[in-house]
Design a protein around this ligand. Structure first.
Ligand SMILES: O=C(CO)[C@H](O)[C@H](O)COP(=O)(O)O
Length: 152
């Protein structure tokens, strides 16, 4: 897969490790920053950068690494067409993909062990969307994204 990845100052170390693992697994990785030497950096533009690539189709999936990841998942989900999931463990990764058809994975470097983070990424990249009733719900979320109501 073509994967766009970014991290703020809290996530640069984990991002470096994930890039190595992703490339070793055969993925094409587009590192969108930040650089380790960049110092403290605001995460919303990094989120936008990754998400725009996913929406444009120049990346198949996106990964964003923050400290907790909470702000990152909020920022990513402001971009139309993005379904971002904050996944602290493999179970959340399976739900994020299987139920939500997520196209961006968010990780919190302060709250996840790096070995587990690699497992989460591997699971998230390989778990298929289950469709069926979940496709109906994802379509409902898209309705909300367009500003339309589900309430009749
Ligand atoms: O995870 C994050 C947002 O969800 C950021 O990494 C975090 O908020 C940055 O904060 P600070 O500048 O205090 O390190």
């Amino acid at each position: 897969m073509r994967i766009a990845i970014a991290a703020d100052h809290n996530g640069v170390g984990l991002k470096r490790r994930l890039i190595e693992a992703l490339r070793a697994a055969g993925h094409v990785v587009d590192d969108r920053g930040a650089d380790e030497a960049a110092g403290t950096i605001d995460y919303p533009p990094l989120c936008e950068d990754v998400c725009r690539r996913v929406v444009a189709g120049t990346a198949d999936r996106g990964i964003v690494v923050g400290g907790s990841g909470q702000g990152e998942v909020i920022a990513c989900n402001k971009i139309a067409g993005i379904r971002a999931g904050l996944c602290p463990d493999v179970w959340h990764a399976e739900i994020s993909r299987g139920n939500n058809d997520a196209n961006v994975l968010v990780l919190g470097a302060k709250v996840i062990d790096p070995d587990l983070a690699e497992q989460v990424v591997a699971s998230w990249l390989t778990t298929p969307f289950k469709g069926a009733e979940h496709a109906r719900r994802v379509a409902m979320i898209a309705t909300l994204e367009r500003g339309d109501s589900l309430l009749g």
